[in-house]
Design a protein around this ligand. Structure first.
Ligand code: RIB
Length: 305
């Protein structure tokens, strides 16, 4: 099973704070650490730890942070031949995490803005042979759109994790097999309120009507919601002690992709993905917190269905 991830790599600057700061406030952090992150890189690491054969396509700067991000992917067995070095500083993210695991993330794309379709095209063969290509929205939108169109031509399935959310051109929706927004991203994509269950159903339906194959909405501790042409359902989440929700969405997307690539039925795949996301919330940091396959399987065995 080969999975290609096209997306971002960031160095995360993580601040543990007593509460999330408000406008105009100066707040003392309790602790600080730098760790590898970026939605694309997080997803590729999660996939690798779950047993997938993965290629990362992206860009870093010619600096120490870039070298360190690539090395940490190598340590996880990721094929990094798709990562180019560019003359732009490596992307960074400032992350604040409060005492109950809630966070805010500020991203400066840097080198991620250097990912263009010409670069992606070098990996046509790998894209053609992949079971899935996963993308997010931390590289230029034009690149994402061109890459989705190319995957569509190559008949390779596309999973788009639309984060950070922005409006997408209407004509791209029919070329997306699976879209994995959270509630906020669903609302931004559709321009509709998406908080209550009935609102989530309506907003997801509007995306299915535009041609998306399947919409999975991650709902944090509540679990997730899925919809395709055959039906829809809410799937309950797992109860865990939250430490840091950073990368939980990335972990979920990766877990769902691996499960589908292994031909699990959709409800089992969502349960598996939910477990991967839940375990990620129990540890701090992005890639540092992503679980290995064995941990996920043990966790699921310990749950009463
Ligand atoms: O999804 C979490 C990630 O968002 C962080 O690792 C940060 O780099 C931002 O991309």
């Amino acid at each position: 099973m080969k999975i290609v991830v096209i997306g971002s790599l960031n160095m995360d600057f993580n601040f543990k704070v007593p509460y999330l700061p408000t406008k105009g406030e100066t707040l003392k952090a309790v602790s600080f650490k730098t760790t590898p992150g970026g939605k694309g890189a997080n997803q590729v690491v999660a996939l690798a730890r779950l047993g997938a054969d993965v290629l990362m396509i992206g860009a870093v700067g010619r600096d120490d942070m870039g070298k360190s991000l690539k090395q940490s992917l190598l340590n996880d067995g990721v094929d990094i031949n798709g990562i180019k070095d560019v003359d732009i500083p490596t992307g960074i993210a400032f992350i604040t995490v409060d005492g109950v695991g809630n966070n805010t993330i500020l991203v400066f794309p840097g080198a991620n803005d250097g990912v263009d379709f010409e670069w992606i095209y070098n990996f046509s063969e790998e894209i053609k042979d992949a079971s899935y290509v996963i993308l997010q929205l931390e590289i230029p939108l034009k690149t994402v759109i061109n890459a989705i169109e190319f995957c569509y031509k190559m008949k390779t399935k596309v999973i788009l994790n639309p984060a950070p959310a922005q409006k997408l051109p209407e004509e791209i929706y029919p070329k997306i097999d699976i879209l994995t927004p959270n509630e906020t991203e669903l609302s931004i994509l559709t321009g509709m309120q998406a908080t209550r269950d009935d609102e989530i159903i309506k907003a997801a339906q509007s995306l299915i009507n535009k041609g998306v194959g399947r919409v999975i909405v991650t709902l944090g501790e509540r679990g997730c919601f899925y919809m395709d042409e055959e039906g829809h359902d809410f799937i309950e989440g797992f109860k865990v002690n939250p430490v840091d929700s950073t990368a939980a969405g990335d972990a979920f997307t990766a877990g769902f992709t691996v499960a589908l690539a292994e031909c699990m039925p959709v409800k089992d795949a969502l349960r598996f993905a939910g477990a991967v996301g839940a375990l990620t919330v129990t540890k701090s940091g992005a890639q540092e917190s992503l679980p290995f396959r064995q941990e996920v399987e043990e966790f699921l065995r310990g749950q009463v269905k």
